[in-house]
Design a protein around this ligand. Structure first.
Ligand code: PRP
Length: 209
């Protein structure tokens, strides 16, 4: 049987996943000593593929990876055809609506402009409030947009809150909680159900409470 292929989001989620797999008794030495390699064996029944978050979902949807580890933020923004089977409880942060400190975001009658890396998440949030807002997509350091006068607020990830604080912004309202999720290709879940459920159970047993 060929190994199950698991796509990991490169960076922090990748190292947290490696730690968890190790706790579950899988040999992750190749992941620790990977050099520039992008496909690495994990134990003798898994193969890890290192990819950007959005690409984890693309590889999974096309069936070239069976499993994936990706943030709920990317799942919420991108959507897709797959099953989310486990909350891995790391990579915790939250989406929030933030605005300049002291500003009355919901006050006044003018239309609001929101800057964000996550336009779908932002649109859905304001649709849920029946609020018509203009959404501008920004690639990173979204906190700049209100400081430069481009936007009234931002919808962004907040972890410690330091970036907001140090840039004179404040949370107006939380939008959603985020953490890493284990996702599975639909066909793989049918064809290799036993192996996948076994792996998920082993990981779940070792999760932080
Ligand atoms: C994320 C997020 C915030 C910051 C929040 O940005 O977009 O800017 O982290 O973290 P904090 O609440 O702990 O300060 P990231 O570091 O991914 O960079 P980017 O904005 O350039 O994408």
């Amino acid at each position: 049987m060929k190994p199950l292929r698991i796509a990991l989001t490169k960076g922090r989620l990748e190292s947290s996943t490696a730690k968890l797999m190790e706790k579950a008794g899988l040999d992750c030495s190749a992941l620790h000593d990977k050099g520039r390699r992008l496909i690495l064996p994990v134990g003798d029944s898994l193969e890890a593929v290192l990819a950007k978050a959005g690409d984890v979902i693309t590889y999974l949807e096309h069936g070239v990876c069976d499993l994936g580890v990706v943030g709920k933020d990317v799942i919420m923004e991108r959507g897709g055809q797959f099953f989310e089977i486990l909350d891995l409880k790391f990579g915790k942060c939250g989406f929030a609506l933030a605005a300049p400190k002291g500003a009355d975001f919901y006050g006044g009658y003018g239309g609001k402009t929101i800057a964000t890396k996550y336009p779908n998440v932002a649109r859905r949030f304001f649709q849920g409030k029946n609020m018509d807002v203009r959404v501008i997509k920004i690639e990173g350091s979204v906190e700049l947009a209100p400081l430069l006068g481009l936007a009234d607020g931002i919808v962004d990830l907040v972890e410690t809150g330091a970036t907001l604080r140090e840039n004179g912004l404040m949370v107006v309202e939380p939008v959603a909680e985020v953490s890493a999720r284990l996702i599975v290709n639909a066909a793989s879940l049918k064809l290799r159900k036993g192996e996948i459920e076994d792996l998920a159970a082993r990981l779940e047993a070792r999760l932080d409470k």
